[in-house]
Design a protein around this ligand. Structure first.
Ligand SMILES: [Zn+2]
Length: 272
């Protein structure tokens, strides 16, 4: 799944080691939500570092910087723009994950050029990842939206649902964004009941994943069915049903934590 490599160190300004290094920075150039890559999609084609590029961090001894191109920018003939999801499995997983961090930062930088309180142009701080208003002091940080994911089990079955926005035939675990004031556990109970009308118990934390489409943090749990009749909320869920290891529908791609959550849970059920 999409996961930042352990050899990556985030930073908002260049490391002294990187400034002394003979290795030129790797520049990630985005246009909207797409990254500039070579024709095969294996390598980054970001061009030379520019003064106002954002520092993203250090990866394997190389400084990573990123920038957002104008919408009208046309890539050179040997390059193209590609969505990050389409690069998963083509480009190295590490680079796709780092690009997933970078795109959230350049998009935040692009969309916080003016103070949200008094509309004064903001200034980028160097010592931390923020943009500050010189007039009123309001500070803006990259936005991260927590979301819960929950795979409900009942005996040897798992509950999978097809969101109305999913391609036909694709099912996944339940997921939804937190509301202001909620704990993650509150959100699991509320979302499961809202989406499919059932109660759950025995929440067990599984893992979490940054999901840069556009800026979520998916926090995944398993839970046990605890009552109620499966009643999909038609506004969000097209279909929901209980499945076991022998009759699985089409699952989410390996880029997402959902796939790992489902496979890991099926393995655990088999062992019990
Ligand atoms: Zn202001």
């Amino acid at each position: 799944m999409l996961k930042t490599p352990h050899t990556f160190t985030p930073a908002s300004e260049p490391f002294s080691a990187a400034l002394d290094s003979s290795v030129p920075p790797l520049r990630l150039l985005f246009r909207g939500n797409e990254l500039c890559v070579d024709v095969e999609g294996r390598r980054v084609k970001g061009g030379e570092r520019q003064d106002d590029d954002l520092v993203i961090g250090m990866f394997d001894g190389q400084l990573i910087v990123a920038a957002m191109a104008e919408t009208a920018y046309a890539p050179p003939a040997d390059a193209r723009f590609a969505g990050l999801r389409s690069l998963f499995g083509v480009m190295s997983d590490d680079l796709v994950a780092i690009a997933g961090r970078a795109i959230q930062i350049v998009e935040w930088n692009r969309s916080h050029q003016y103070c949200g309180v008094c509309a004064t142009p903001t200034e980028r701080l160097q010592h931390e990842r923020s943009r500050k208003c010189p007039a009123c002091g309001h500070a803006a940080y990259p936005r991260i939206s927590p979301a819960m994911m929950c795979l409900v089990t009942r005996g040897n079955q798992i509950l999978l649902a097809r969101n109305v926005n999913f391609p036909a035939g694709r099912y996944s675990a339940l997921a939804g964004f937190l509301e202001a004031g909620e704990s993650i556990e509150d959100a699991v109970h509320r979302e499961v009941e809202e989406e499919v009308g059932i109660k759950v118990s025995n929440l067990r934390y599984f893992s979490s994943q940054s999901w840069p489409f556009p800026h979520s943090l998916m926090i995944a749990f398993t839970a046990a069915y605890a009552g109620g009749t499966l009643t999909p909320n038609i506004h969000e869920i097209a279909e929901a049903d209980w499945f076991n290891a022998d009759n699985l529908p089409q699952l989410p791609p390996r880029i997402s934590i959902a796939r790992e959550l489902i496979e890991d849970t099926l393995t655990r059920i088999r062992g019990e």
